[in-house]
Ligand binder design. Structure first.
Ligand code: ADP
Ligand code: NI
Length: 218
């Protein structure tokens, strides 16, 4: 069977859109759509396999433990879905590896290896910074009941699980825990360039924020 790449991409997009259209934890369909667009742009500039990158970008959050009960089950469903569409076995395993290795999980994340994995990870990280990143951060904070900022807390790089449970962190604190670090974690030169202006925008936002709150910026 000769695989029709356009059809594979169309069918995958349709499936992901249906699965995530009502997602409220920051992994909604529009996040996926932005990551896909950015990933294709980076892939073209870096000479990565655009087909694999596009599929991995579309599928990258479908096995996240925040969304599904079992990561293993979700991965095996993705494998079956792609097999059914006639995607090459090697490409399928590559896509599954990308999905499992790229998520930012505290300090113990394995480094991603292939260029395609680096590209999709960069695109996902770019969506966590800049104006969109700020918006997502405050949305997430509202959802978990975390305050905008906590002047008694100061700025903390790492919170303990206990502190998280007691809701001691804040949206502003998340900038220091993660968002301001992301520009230096970009894998590709193209993503580093894209990250620079988004990072500067967050810096400007924080300047203005501390000015208006009359708190000392740490
Ligand atoms: P992804 O899996 O797409 O890398 P996450 O699931 O870690 O992202 O987070 C989804 C969004 O919510 C991101 O924009 C992230 O910055 C934000 N977010 C995650 N954890 C926190 C937190 N503790 N406080 C505020 N925002 C957060
Ligand atoms: Ni994502």
């Amino acid at each position: 069977m000769i695989m029709d790449k356009d059809k594979v991409l169309q069918e995958t997009e349709k499936m992901v859109k249906t699965a995530l259209i009502d997602e409220k934890s920051g992994h909604d369909w529009l996040h996926i759509k932005r990551v896909k667009g950015t990933a294709i742009e980076i892939a073209q500039k870096e000479g990565a396999d655009v087909f694999v990158v596009t599929l991995a970008a579309l599928l990258h959050d479908l096995a996240d433990e925040k969304i599904v009960e079992s990561e293993e089950k979700a991965l095996s469903e993705i494998r079956d879905f792609l097999l059914e569409l006639g995607v090459d076995g090697e490409d399928i395993e590559h896509i599954l590896t990308i999905i499992t290795t790229m998520s930012f999980k505290g300090g113990n994340n394995r480094p991603v290896e292939s260029l395609e994995a680096q590209v999709v990870q960069d695109a996902d990280r770019l969506d966590a910074i800049g104006a969109i990143g700020i918006a997502r951060c405050f949305t997430y904070s509202g959802k978990v009941g975390q305050p905008i900022y906590n002047p008694d807390l100061g700025v903390r790089d790492q919170m303990t699980i206990e502190e998280y449970r007691n809701n001691k962190s804040s949206a502003i604190n998340h900038f220091y825990e993660k968002l301001l670090k992301l520009k230096d974690l970009m894998n590709t030169e193209t993503a580093k360039e894209l990250a620079a202006s988004r990072h500067d925008f967050m810096e400007k936002f924080l300047e203005q924020f501390y000015q208006e709150t009359r708190e000392q910026r740490p």
